[in-house]
Design a protein around this ligand. Structure first.
Ligand code: AMP
Ligand code: MN
Length: 325
């Protein structure tokens, strides 16, 4: 670990212009990690672009220095170093890649086991519950600056990616880091309220409609619901509204796999999966459909109508669940 950290630390110190990128449909770990690393590099006096295909999401706009994170420019730029965070496959960086005219070095920092290791300097720790946790290990280790804004961004990254410190990949180390972040100035009550108790009403209206489509398969071990384009249009939902809604299915007793199907405008369906058992590897299932992720949380974008994709995926999942018991 320390050799790789040394290499990354040296690259961060020695170069001047950076682009910090992360995946499309960003979550708290993506945005919080991008801002935290970007802020630290700015404190070192570096020129830093923090770009995400979607720019800053409304619901994470409370993050310290959120306005530094923007959509990429139309005009490609020359940078010294590109840092891809939390992004399992390079094409999930979306249109941000087109904004890089040239780069001397690509650094890939991630916690997805399915990450193939693209880039020149690669640090992947699949045991880490969040990319934010890796950054916390890296930055102080390399004597890179951290402050309260850095701490709050990382706290949100880790809190959201661990389901508020509940998922099984949450370790003693995660709590130690959380304690250090609180020590560095994070106001837990305030940040938690902004993260988890500040949803727009349309998100709950969306949940109401989704629950209307809820179905169970494999004797209640598989639960799923679906969002059609028509439903999304009627409610005026934003893509960011559905982060975390799948947890309502996961929370049901007896459910092993929860699935969220979302019809996209491009003739594909976004499939999101959660597993409550190591014996049902949803990453392996999603990889069959060109996606990836983690053993217990994965996703894919599958071509077809909602009905076609539901049928194909449910067959695979029910099969995997039956084989596991
Ligand atoms: P989500 O269900 O979107 O929260 O994603 C759960 C996990 O699966 C995340 O760790 C994602 O990185 C991964 N994932 C989601 N969608 C895809 C995809 N289309 N391809 C590869 N990995 C994905
Ligand atoms: Mn992520």
């Amino acid at each position: 670990m320390s050799g790789k950290f040394e290499q990354i630390g040296r690259a961060l110190r020695e170069h001047q212009t950076f682009a910090v990128l992360s995946h499309v449909r960003p979550d708290g770990d993506a945005l919080g990690s991008q801002l935290a690393l970007g802020l630290s590099l700015r404190q070192l006096g570096k020129n830093v672009h923090i770009w995400n295909e979607e720019g800053m999401l409304e619901k994470y706009s409370f993050l310290p220095q959120a306005s530094l994170l923007t959509k990429p420019p139309a005009q490609p730029q020359d940078v010294d170093v590109v840092i891809a965070l939390d992004t399992a496959i390079q094409n999930r960086l979306g249109i941000t890649v087109a904004a890089i005219k040239s780069a001397k070095l690509w650094i890939n920092i991630d916690h997805h086991p399915s990450n193939p290791g693209y880039g020149d300097v690669v640090y992947i720790d699949p045991k880490s519950p969040a990319t934010g946790q890796i950054l916390f290990e890296l930055m102080p280790n390399q004597k890179l600056p951290i402050d309260s804004a850095f701490a709050e961004n990382l706290y949100v990254a880790i809190s959201t990616e661990t389901g508020s410190f509940q998922y099984p990949n949450t370790t003693a180390r995660t709590f130690e880091i959380a304690a250090e972040l609180v020590g560095a100035g994070v106001d837990v009550g305030r940040v938690s309220q902004l993260t988890y108790e500040n949803y727009p009403r349309r998100r709950v209206e969306l949940l109401r409609d989704l629950l209307g489509t809820m179905r169970f398969d494999a004797n209640g071990r598989v639960a799923s619901f679906s969002l059609s384009q028509a439903m999304a249009k009627k409610l005026g939902v934003l893509p960011e509204d559905n982060e975390g809604l799948i947890d309502h299915l996961r929370a049901i007793r007896g459910v092993i796999v929860a699935i969220f199907f979302e019809e996209l405008p491009d003739g594909k369906v976004r499939v999101s999966m959660r597993s409550k058992s190591e014996r049902v590897n949803v990453c392996a299932i999603c990889e069959k459909f060109g996606g990836g992720g983690h053993v217990l949380a994965a996703g894919a974008r599958v071509k077809g109508t909602l009905a076609e994709v539901e049928k194909k995926i449910l067959e695979e999942v029910c099969d995997a669940v039956s084989r596991s018991s």
